[in-house]
Design a protein around this ligand. Sequence first.
Ligand SMILES: [Ca+2]
Length: 228
Amino acid sequence: MKMKWCIACLCALAVSAGVSRAADIAWQSVFNIDMTNGAEDLAPGGPILYALNVGEDPAGSFASVSVTNSRETITFEAFRQDGLGSASGSFYTGDGGASGNADLDQILNSHSWLGGTDVNLPFQLTDLTPGVQYQVQFIAAADRRSCCRTRTQTLDDGNGHATDPLSREGVGSVIGVFTADDVSQLVNLSGATDPGLSAVVVRQVPEPAMGGLFLLATLAMAAKARRR
Ligand SMILES: [Ca+2]
């Protein structure tokens, strides 16, 4: 596994009490990735720490996939973790999914999941700097097959702050902001059946000088989400 993939770790089998410390996460409203201009729904922010194409095979043809929107290009590194189910195929596009961006479609066509009923998948964001404010965007397992499209997954910080359910067929996404209190941050992903993820983007919250621009972009996205 390349080092840059080690900065985030899906600890599927166990998370000991010693690494479960986590700061409070302020979650925004859950929304679905737009099916015409989906790349614009990759949230703007400060410098990117890492972006993961969760479920993609690092040894395969899509080890690195870059998505360009009107603001920037974000490079997603393929990421899989032992202990989780992982698959790349046509889970999103095979049954009518289309984000309007072929690269984002590729990212949505792979996901990792923890199999079972009412299971809890602990996701560790690592390589953080204590005291720094981060923004994390999660995109749920994208899966529009008849077997699985109605499944949902919910994220929480372990401190009582949970999102609304993220849709698999939506595809659901959510943005959270937290100030790191350690070098890692635990996020729990839970669901009635096989909760999973397609992608994660971790970036810093912009410096104050950029705050006005960031605020405008965030407000525009929030307004867009409300219209859906
Ligand atoms: Ca993926």
